[in-house]
Design a protein around this ligand. Structure first.
Ligand SMILES: NC(=O)c1ccc[n+]([C@@H]2O[C@H](COP(=O)([O-])OP(=O)(O)OC[C@H]3O[C@@H](n4cnc5c(N)ncnc54)[C@H](OP(=O)(O)O)[C@@H]3O)[C@@H](O)[C@H]2O)c1
Length: 322
């Protein structure tokens, strides 16, 4: 099994279906990554904040050592955390993350969230998280503009530390602003995307600017119920929604596959995570059947403009999307 590739503006090709590393436990992460590679996954979506880059790198190293794959056949993504936005901190933390993975370049390095938090050294706490103190009570903003951070990302790409750069959780306004100063366009935009948060205009803007969009949390409430978010518990699961179940039945696919196909047919890349081998296989097999235009429309019409992954919904007092 393998994934189709999407063309990026930097000249690279990126797998359309990858594996997300958020919430993958440290103790099983190396094995999960190794098995995902064995199953056919080539893109891994990591981040400092997930706290498992060392273990993910161990899985990659074992797969390379066993001859399952070569480094150049993999597409490794990582992210710049909010507390490393000061331009002078970008290269050092990127180099630490490369060392954690045990690789000498990333295929894509993206700004995780458009907010600068006060620098916390890796020796003090790593991953640093959202709060400035260990007690998780206080937010302290940093002083770096997104423009200055992005310029440091461009410098890192020019040095070959990453083949491409991108952004995540940017709104249309932030993307438009970025396009006024970027000398290297972001290759990708990573956003929350599912039938309750369809964002057609943001997708159009990205397309007009040759930016590939990666959708995360493709199953909507599922990963937030999983993460114990109170708000998500009141929202009907997409897996049980009549529109999704009836389309799945018609195509003899699972509801998860229909949700991933809806996104991939809209041109997005997806990065589902699963701890089960069966679901892992199922999630990769989502580009070998087609939904009709009418089915895509029916799914898109479930839109509620409902965002789960906003800091405020996690009890983090940062009004990022307000
Ligand atoms: N840029 C950002 O700010 C950001 C934010 C969130 C996520 N992400 C990235 O996006 C990735 C995916 O997002 P996510 O973790 O929110 O959601 P997800 O991986 O799309 O969904 C994970 C949830 O769905 C379940 N699941 C997976 N495959 C399934 C299937 N075929 N059938 C039924 N249930 C299934 C998983 O349970 P099991 O493990 O038990 O299968 C888990 O509960 C993350 O790993 C991360 O890399 C980025």
């Amino acid at each position: 099994m393998s994934s189709p590739l999407l063309q990026l503006s930097n000249g690279s090709k990126m797998p359309q279906v990858g594996f997300g590393l958020w919430k993958v436990p440290n103790e099983s992460c190396a094995d999960i990554v190794y098995n995902a590679i064995k199953t056919g996954y080539r893109l891994f979506d990591g981040a400092c904040d997930y706290g498992n880059e060392v273990e993910a790198g161990q899985g990659v190293a074992r797969a390379i050592k066993d001859g399952l794959v070569k480094r150049e056949e993999l597409f490794i993504v990582s992210k710049l955390w909010n507390s490393f936005h000061d331009p002078e901190q970008v290269e050092p933390i990127l180099k630490k993350q490369l060392a954690d993975w045990g690789v000498d370049y990333f295929d894509l390095y993206i700004i995780h969230f458009p907010v600068s938090l006060k620098y916390i050294s890796p020796e003090t706490r790593y991953p640093p998280g959202w709060f400035v103190d260990d007690a998780s009570t206080k937010i302290e903003y940093g002083k770096s503009s997104l423009e200055s951070t992005y310029k440091a990302m461009e410098a890192a790409q020019k040095k070959g530390l990453t083949k491409a750069i991108g952004v995540s959780n940017y709104t249309g306004a932030l993307l438009l602003d970025l396009l006024t100063y970027a000398t290297i366009k972001p290759a990708t935009l990573q956003i929350e995307h599912h039938p309750y948060l369809v964002q057609p205009k943001l997708l159009e803007l990205a397309k007009e600017n040759d930016i590939v969009v990666t959708g995360y949390s493709s199953f909507g409430p599922q990963s937030f119920v999983d993460g114990d978010m109170a708000m998500a518990k009141d929202i009907p699961l997409l897996f049980d929604h009549d529109v999704i179940t009836s389309i799945a039945k018609k195509h003899n696919k699972t509801t998860a596959q229909v949700l991933l196909r809806w996104a991939t047919q809209r041109g997005l890349a997806v990065i589902p995570k699963s701890s089960s081998q069966q679901r892992l296989e199922q999630n990769l097999a989502v580009t070998n059947f087609d939904l009709s235009d009418d089915e895509i429309k029916q799914i898109s019409s479930l839109d509620k403009n409902l965002r789960f992954n906003a800091p405020l919904n996690w009890g983090i007092p940062i009004p990022l999307f307000s």
